[in-house]
Design a protein around this ligand. Structure first.
Ligand SMILES: [Fe+2]
Length: 199
C-alpha cells in the first residue's frame, strides 16, 4: 500500500499583517470568548462594554498532512493591552498528548512565554524578534504581550499534539500572573491557583 506524500508548502509569515500566507487554517479569539481568563472581573466587564469587536488574538496554521511525525506550523498574533494589571494573553494549554514539544520564534513585538510544569515550576521567558523559545513536553504554556505593539510569533508543533485548555480552568488559572510593572512586566502569584490536575 502506498500513497503520495503531501505537497511541500511555501509559507510567508507576514507579521505586520498578521497573516500566514500559504496556510490552510485560522481561528480567532475575541474578548467575549475570554471570560474568566483575567482576575479583575470589573476591568474585564468594562473592557467588554467598550469593546469594538476586533479579535484579541488569532492563529493561522498550515497542516498539510496528519499522522505520525506530521507538523503544524503557524503564526500567532496577539494585540497589546491590559485588563486590570494583567497583559493580554492567550488562554494557554497543555498539549493533549502532553509529551509533545513546541517551538516559538519571535517575529515582532515584545512577549513573554509563561511556562508551568504540573508539579509547580513556573518560568517566564522573554520572546521577541530573533529569539526562540523551545517548549519541551509536559509544560503548560501561554503567550503574553508585554509590549505596546502586536506580538507575532511563528510556532511549530507535532500535528497530533492537541490542546487541553481545561487543565488551566480546573486549576483556577495558571500559577503566576504576568502583570504591568512600571514600563515593564513582572510576575506575581495567582491566589486562585489550586494546582494542576490531569482530570
Ligand atoms: Fe502548544
Amino acid at each position: 500500500m502506498s500513497s503520495l506524500p503531501a505537497a511541500p508548502v511555501r509559507l510567508e509569515p507576514l507579521a505586520d499583517e498578521g497573516v500566514l500566507r500559504g496556510g490552510d487554517g485560522r481561528y480567532e479569539k475575541f474578548l467575549g470568548d475570554l471570560a474568566g481568563l483575567y482576575r479583575d472581573e470589573a476591568a474585564y466587564r468594562a473592557a467588554l462594554a467598550a469593546d469594538a469587536g476586533a479579535p484579541v488574538y488569532w492563529v493561522e496554521t498550515s497542516t498539510p498532512e496528519h499522522g505520525d511525525g506530521a507538523l503544524t506550523v503557524g503564526i500567532s498574533v496577539l494585540e497589546p493591552g491590559t485588563i486590570g494589571d494583567e497583559f493580554y494573553m492567550t488562554r494557554g494549554h497543555l498539549h493533549r498528548l502532553a509529551d509533545r514539544a513546541e517551538l516559538y520564534y519571535g517575529l515582532s513585538g515584545r512577549g513573554v512565554m509563561l511556562l508551568e510544569s504540573l508539579d509547580g515550576e513556573s518560568r517566564a521567558v522573554e520572546i521577541g524578534p530573533g529569539t526562540a523559545v523551545h517548549v519541551p513536553g509536559h509544560w503548560v504554556h501561554r503567550s503574553v504581550n508585554v509590549g505596546e505593539e502586536r506580538l507575532a510569533t511563528l510556532f511549530c508543533y507535532p500535528a497530533d499534539a492537541g490542546q487541553d485548555y481545561e487543565i488551566i480552568a480546573r486549576a483556577g488559572g495558571m500559577r503566576r500572573l504576568v502583570v504591568r510593572d512600571g514600563d515593564g512586566w513582572t510576575t506575581r502569584p495567582n491566589p486562585d491557583h489550586t494546582g494542576y490536575r490531569r482530570d
